[in-house]
Design a binder for this molecule. Structure first.
Ligand SMILES: [Zn+2]
Length: 951
C-alpha cells in the first residue's frame, strides 16, 4: 500500500471520532514568517525536505529519524554527497558526517586527507611542498549542528543546507562545490534531540503556544540538552568520554577543517550571537585564528544587517576551557559559534509584543552557514598559509612551548594511566617512556612548588611539548591556565558587586589533576633516550591449586574486579593494609578471593580467570597466607569480607541531571553491574530493603520529614547512604540525620573541631621522650595543642569573616586534598589528591565522624616556627598548608575551606553516611575522586556497616 493512503486512513477515522472534542485554533504559527528559506535553482530529481516531514520545512522541529531518512535518500539521489558514519549514540542512533563537494573532489578525498596530514607536520614537509599542497587543496569546512539536543534550529538548518548544496544548480553553488569540501554533521546529539522531539509531541495542544515558559518550550527533566547519560557533549571535546565525541573528534582531527561551525541556541528572549570570544581566552590559542574570527563575524554581521536581523558578538562568550567546540582552535581550525535564541517550536512572544517564529530561527542558522562558507571560499589560501606557519611555530625552538615537558610519574594504577595515554594518543599527541632515570632541575610540582634538583624515575610517561600539537598539549596538560590581571579584576568586581562571575566554566581542567595522577612539569625539551610509550603488560595468573587470588588495589580495575565477582555471588575480601604474600607486594585495598570462602563454587577459578581477561587486569595466585613479620596474615582482621552492593540511585526532578547522569554512567562504564534508578517522589513508599547502598547525586530538592525518617530507618538497619554536593548540603542543614555541620553553623563549637583536627595531625606525627614518659612523678609540664597559640578567633569574628570569605568561593578550581591513608575510602588514591572545588558546602566533622579527605596539603616548613591560626583551625609549628593547585581560588576562599572536610564518613545505627562536599564524578573525567566514590559504592556496605549474618 502506498504510504500516503496509510496516512489518510487514520485521519479520516480521527475526524469522525474526535472532531467534536477539539476546537481548531484561531491562527497557525506557520503563517508567522513569510520568507522562503530554500530558494535555489533546484534539481527536480532531488527530493525537497518537505517530502520527509509531516509539515513544511522550517515550520517545526524535524526528528532525528526524519533527517536520517532524508540523508539515506540523498545518498542515492546525488553524486555530490558521501556519507560517513563516525559512530553510534548510546541509544544506537547513527552519527553521520556528510561530505559534500563536486563528484571529482569526492573521488579525491583520500588524496586530500593525505595532503592535510602532510601540511600538519613540518617535520616531514618543507616550505615548497607546503606551497604546492596549499595550491592544490580545496577549502575544507566542518559544519556541525545542535550538539545540545533541545537547541533544535541548527539541525533543521542543516537539513536545508544539505539539500541546497546538492540540489542547487546555480553557478554560485556549483563553484562552491568545485572549490570546497563541506562536511556537515547535521545532528551531533541525536539522543537528546529525540528526547526533546518526544516532549514536543507530548505537550502539544491544538493552538500554537508562544509562551516560552510552557512545557512545550522547556521540556522536562532531564531535558533535551544532554545525551543519553545526561552528559553535556560540548564540554567533552578533549576528555572524550562519550561515543558521540570520540567518533566525531577522531574524524575532525583527521580532516583538520579550516573552520568548524558549531550551531547552538540560547535563551528565547535573546537574539543571535556569533563571532570571536571575549576574555578570558586560553593563551595557547593561535592569535591568527582570533583575527580570522573577526573576518567571518564581519561578513555574517553585514548579512544580518541587510536582512534586518539583530545580532551581537562576544559578551558572555569566553574561551578559557578547552573542552568546548573551540577545542579545534588548539589544532589550527577556526571555531565559530552560533547562538540563536530558542523558539521551539511554535515561536516565542517577546516583550515588545512581536512573535519570532521557529522558521525564522532556522533561517538565521541557514543564512549564517552560507555566509561563513563564502567567507572561507574567499580566504581559504591565506588561512592555509597561516595554518602552515602555525604548525612550523609549534615545533620550532622559539615557541613558548619549546622548552617544556610534562612528566607523569610511574604508578601502579595501570588502567588509569592507560586511559589517559589512549586519550592523548587519539589526539595525535606523541608520548614516551624512559628506561633510565633522568636528572633535571627546577621542576614544577602540581602544588606549585618548584624543586631545584629532581630525578625522573624510570618508567615515567613523558610528553615533550615541542610537537605539532603543541598548543593542545599545553592547553590540556599545563597545571595552570594563564588568566590576565584585567580579567581577574573584572571577576573580583563582579563577585563584590552582586556575587556573579564572568567565568562561564571551570577555571581548572588539566588532565593529570583530573585523573589524580602525580605529574611534574620540566622546563626543558626532553628528547634523549626515550622510547614510544606502550601500555604495561598484563599478567593473568589464575592457578587452580592456589589458596587465593589477588588483584593489586591501586589499579582502579581492582574495584571493577571485586564488584563483578560479587555480582556473581563470589565471596570477596579486601586487604586493608599493604601486604607481601608469596614474595609479591600488594597495595592496601587489594581484593582477594579465597578458595575457602567459596567452598561450593565449582566455577570459581573459571570465573576469576574470565573476569580478569574481560577487564584486562593482572591477577596473581597465592600459595600461602603468611605475611612475614608484622604484615597481615590471611586469617587476621586485615582480610575483610565484603558485602555485595545492591545499589539504587535517587533520581529525577530536584536532582542535578548532570550528577545523576554521571553517577549512572560511572556504574555502567566503570563497573557494569546492576543497579536501579529510583524516582525520588516514591521514596516514601518504595521498599528500600532491596538495596544496601543508596546514591544521592547532587540535588536541590529538600526531602520532607517523612522521607527523611524513611531514610533514617533504612540507614539504621545497615544501609550506606552516599550523597554529593547539593544533597550533602541538604542533609547537613536538616540537622537530624548527620553530625556533620556546614562551617557557617559551626562557630560556637570551633574549639572542638580544632581539637579533632589537632588529634589527626598529632596521630600522624608524634615523637616520644622516654624521660618524660617514664617519669614516676606527676608533672605540670603537659602541652595542650590549643595552648600553643593565643591567636584564637572569637565566634562573632569567625562569623563575620566567613560571610565575607564566602563571597569569593571558586567556580571550578583544583585544591589539594589531604588524604587519610588508613581509611578504606582512600584505597588507590595518591597522598595529595587534587579536588575539583566549587561553591560547595564547607564541611565540619566533629566527634563520631571521620574526615577522610580534608582540604590542604600539610607541608614541612621550618620557617613556620609557631602555630598558625586560620579561621577555626591551627596548623602546627614547622608546617604550612598548600591549598590552591590550579585555577582561580581567591585567598579568602583558601582561608575559608582550609582544613574543612571534602569527604566524611560516619556510622549511623548499623549503617553509615558518606558525604562528599563536591561532585566526585565530574564530567566522567575526575578519575582521582571518582575512585573514592567507587570505593564508597562497591566497598561501603562491607567496610563501613555492621556485617549481617543470615541465620
Ligand atoms: Zn548550546
Amino acid at each position: 500500500m502506498n504510504k500516503k493512503i496509510l496516512i489518510i486512513l487514520p485521519l479520516i477515522f480521527s475526524s469522525f471520532i474526535f472532531a467534536e472534542n477539539l476546537k481548531s485554533p484561531t491562527s497557525y504559527s506557520k503563517n508567522l514568517y513569510e520568507e522562503i528559506i530554500l530558494s535555489g535553482n533546484y534539481d527536480k530529481k532531488i527530493d525537497h525536505p518537505d517530502k520527509f516531514l509531516d509539515f513544511n520545512y522550517g515550520d517545526r522541529v524535524a526528528s532525528p529519524s526524519q533527517i536520517h531518512d532524508a540523508i539515506n535518500t540523498y545518498k542515492n539521489q546525488s553524486d555530490k554527497l558521501k556519507v560517513v558514519t563516525y559512530g553510534y549514540s548510546h541509544e544506537g542512533r547513527p552519527l553521520h558526517a556528510l561530505f559534500i563537494s563536486s563528484p571529482e573532489n569526492l573521488n579525491n578525498l583520500e588524496d586530500f586527507e593525505d595532503k592535510l596530514s602532510r601540511l600538519s607536520d613540518p617535520r616531514v614537509t618543507n616550505n615548497r611542498q607546503a606551497k604546492e599542497i596549499i595550491e592544490s587543496l580545496p577549502a575544507i569546512a566542518w559544519m556541525s549542528y545542535s550538539i545540545h539536543g533541545n537547541e533544535t534550529s541548527g539541525s533543521d538548518a542543516a537539513l536545508g543546507l544539505i539539500y541546497h548544496l546538492i540540489a542547487d544548480n546555480s553557478p554560485k553553488t556549483l563553484n562552491m562545490l568545485k572549490n570546497m569540501v563541506i562536511i556537515i554533521d547535521p545532528i551531533m546529539n541525536p539522543d537528546g534531540r529525540a528526547r526533546f522531539v518526544k516532549s514536543l509531541e507530548q505537550y502539544r495542544g491544538t493552538a500554537p503556544n508562544y509562551d516560552d515558559q510552557s512545557l512545550i518550550h522547556t521540556g522536562d527533566w532531564p531535558y533535551g540538552r544532554t545525551n543519553h547519560y545526561y552528559f553535556d557533549l560540548n564540554r567533552d571535546w578533549f576528555y572524550l568520554t562519550q561515543p558521540e565525541t570520540q567518533g566525531r573528534v577522531s574524524l575532525i582531527n583527521k580532516w583538520r577543517p579550516q573552520i568548524l561551525v558549531d550551531a547552538h541556541e540560547m535563551g528565547a528572549q535573546d537574539t543571535f550571537m556569533t563571532g570571536p570570544a571575549r576574555e578570558p581566552i586560553n593563551k595557547n590559542m593561535d592569535k591568527d585564528l582570533l583575527k580570522w574570527g573577526n573576518v567571518f563575524a564581519q561578513d555574517q554581521g553585514s548579512e544580518f544587517d541587510k536582512r534586518n536581523w539583530r545580532f551581537y558578538t562576544g559578551e558572555w562568550h569566553e574561551d578559557l576551557y578547552p573542552g568546548y567546540s573551540f577545542y579545534v582552535n588548539f589544532r589550527g581550525t577556526l571555531g565559530i559559534l552560533y547562538e540563536q535564541s530558542r523558539m521551539a517550536e511554535d515561536g516565542v512572544k517577546r516583550p515588545e509584543g512581536t512573535i519570532q517564529s521557529y522558521k525564522e530561527s532556522v533561517h538565521h542558522q541557514f543564512v549564517s552557514s552560507l555566509v561563513n562558507l563564502n567567507t572561507l571560499l574567499k580566504n581559504t589560501k591565506e588561512m592555509y598559509k597561516d595554518f602552515w606557519n602555525g604548525r612550523k611555530l609549534n615545533i620550532s625552538k622559539d615557541s613558548k612551548w619549546a622548552n617544556q615537558s610534562f612528566v607523569i610519574l610511574p604508578t601502579k594504577n595501570k588502567s588509569r594511566l592507560n586511559t589517559l595515554a589512549k586519550k592523548l594518543q587519539s589526539q595525535d599527541i606523541e608520548i614516551y617512556i624512559n628506561s633510565e632515570e633522568i636528572d633535571v632541575v627546577n621542576v614544577l610540582k602540581q602544588t606549585g612548588d618548584v624543586i631545584n634538583q629532581f630525578t625522573i624515575p624510570k618508567g615515567s610517561t613523558i610528553i615533550p611539548n615541542r610537537q605539532p600539537e603543541a598548543p593542545l598539549i599545553s592547553a590540556i596538560l599545563e597545571f595552570d591556565a594563564e588568566i590576565d590581571e584585567d580579567v581577574l579584576k573584572k571577576e573580583r568586581e563582579a563577585a563584590l558587586r552582586d556575587g556573579s562571575s564572568i567565568m562561564y566554566d571551570t577555571t581548572a581542567f588539566n588532565f593529570t589533576m583530573m585523573y589524580g595522577l602525580e605529574a611534574v612539569t620540566v622546563p626543558e625539551n626532553l628528547k634523549d633516550n626515550l622510547s614510544i610509550w606502550e601500555p604495561a603488560s598484563v599478567e593473568i595468573d589464575v592457578d587452580e591449586n592456589a589458596i587465593m587470588w589477588i588483584v593489586d588495589g591501586t589499579d582502579d580495575l581492582s574495584v571493577t574486579f571485586a564488584a563483578r565477582l560479587m555480582e556473581q555471588d563470589v565471596q570477596v575480601r579486601i586487604v586493608d593494609k599493604d601486604i607481601i604474600l608469596s614474595g609479591k607486594s600488594f597495595s592496601r585495598g587489594s581484593p582477594v578471593v579465597i578458595a575457602m570462602d567459596n567452598p561450593k563454587n565449582s566455577m570459581l577459578v573459571q570465573l576469576i580467570k574470565n573476569t580478569a581477561k574481560n577487564l584486562n587486569v593482572s591477577v596473581s595466585s597465592l600459595y600461602t597466607g603468611f605475611g612475614s613479620e608484622e604484615l597481615p596474615d590471611w586469617g587476621g582482621r586485615h582480610f575483610r569480607l565484603l558485602n555485595k552492593p545492591q545499589i539504587a540511585i535517587l533520581s529525577h526532578e530536584g536532582f542535578s541531571s548532570y550528577d545523576v547522569g554521571v553517577s549512572w554512567w560511572s556504574l555502567d562504564h566503570h563497573l557494569g553491574i546492576r543497579h536501579s534508578q529510583l524516582n525520588t517522589s516514591m521514596i516514601g513508599y518504595a521498599d528500600l530493603r532491596r538495596y544496601n547502598t543508596l546514591i544521592m547525586p547532587s540535588g536541590y530538592r529538600p526531602l520532607n520529614q517523612s522521607e527523611i525518617s524513611v531514610l533514617k530507618d533504612w540507614i539504621k538497619q545497615g544501609g550506606t547512604l552516599i550523597a554529593n554536593n547539593g544533597s550533602t548540603r541538604m542533609l547537613v542543614s536538616d540537622n537530624s540525620i548527620t553530625s556533620i555541620k556546614d562551617v557557617s553553623d559551626s562557630f560556637e563549637n570551633s574549639h572542638d573541631y580544632n581539637i579533632k583536627l589537632q588529634r589527626e595531625f598529632l596521630s600522624n606525627n608524634t615523637t616520644i621522650d622516654l624521660d618524660y614518659v617514664n617519669n614516676n612523678k606527676i608533672t605540670s609540664d603537659i602541652s595542650y595543642p590549643w595552648e600553643a597559640t593565643d591567636n584564637r578567633i572569637d565566634s562573632d569574628t569567625l562569623q563575620k569573616r566567613d560571610k565575607w570569605q564566602s563571597l569569593f568561593m571558586p567556580s571550578g578550581a583544583f585544591v589539594s586534598g589531604r588524604v587519610d591513608d588508613k581509611h578504606w575510602l582512600t584505597f588507590g588514591t595518591i597522598d595529595t589528591l587534587p579536588l575539583l572545588y566549587s561553591n560547595f558546602p564547607v564541611l565540619m566533622a566533629g566527634s563520631g565522624s571521620k574526615a577522610v579527605i580534608r582540604v590542604g596539603e600539610l607541608i614541612n616548613d621550618n620557617n613556620q616556627d609557631i602555630y598558625k591560626t586560620i579561621n577555626w583551625s591551627d596548623i602546627p609549628a614547622g608546617n604550612d598548608l598548600n591549598i590552591r593547585m590550579s585555577g582561580l581560588v581567591w585567598p579568602e576562599a583558601s582561608t575559608r575551606i582550609a582544613n574543612s572536610a571534602y569527604l566524611t564518613q560516619e556510622r549511623y545505627g548499623k549503617g553509615q553516611i558518606i558525604l562528599f562536599s563536591g561532585e566526585p564524578n565530574f564530567r566522567g573525567s575526575s578519575l582521582g575522586t571518582n575512585r573514592v566514590w567507587l570505593n564508597a559504592v562497591v566497598y561501603g556496605s562491607g567496610m563501613g556497616t555492621s556485617a549481617r549474618i543470615n541465620p
